[in-house]
Design a binder for this molecule. Structure first.
Ligand SMILES: [Zn+2]
Length: 100
């Protein structure tokens, strides 16, 4: 058992030895508290204290920002392609018209 105190609200916190060196959320104020000791192996799965919530993985799919990025890139590609194809085509048209 490791005992420490929240540096934010001062609440005493007890956690299993497997939490040494890990950061857990204070049960009272949820301030992240680093448990004293060295980290031993990977993070344990069954906590005796409320573990600090980790951000959910962004594997859920595309965010709006991703879509905006893709739309912008496609738009840019179309624009560049339009310039590459359109400018010579326009010049050709002008050449044909002036040639008559
Ligand atoms: Zn606290």
């Amino acid at each position: 058992m490791i005992r420490t105190a929240c540096s934010h609200c001062g609440r005493k916190i007890e956690a299993g030895d497997q939490y040494s060196g890990h950061t857990i959320a204070c049960p009272k104020c949820e301030y992240p508290v680093v448990m004293p000791g060295e980290v031993r192996g990977p993070r344990p799965d069954s906590p005796t204290q409320m573990p600090r919530r980790e951000r959910p993985n962004d594997a859920r799919g595309w965010s709006v920002g991703d879509w905006l990025g893709i739309v912008f890139r496609v738009w840019l590609a179309v624009l560049v392609l339009g310039l590459i194809v359109g400018v010579p085509l326009a010049l050709m048209m002008v050449a044909i018209h002036t040639g008559r």
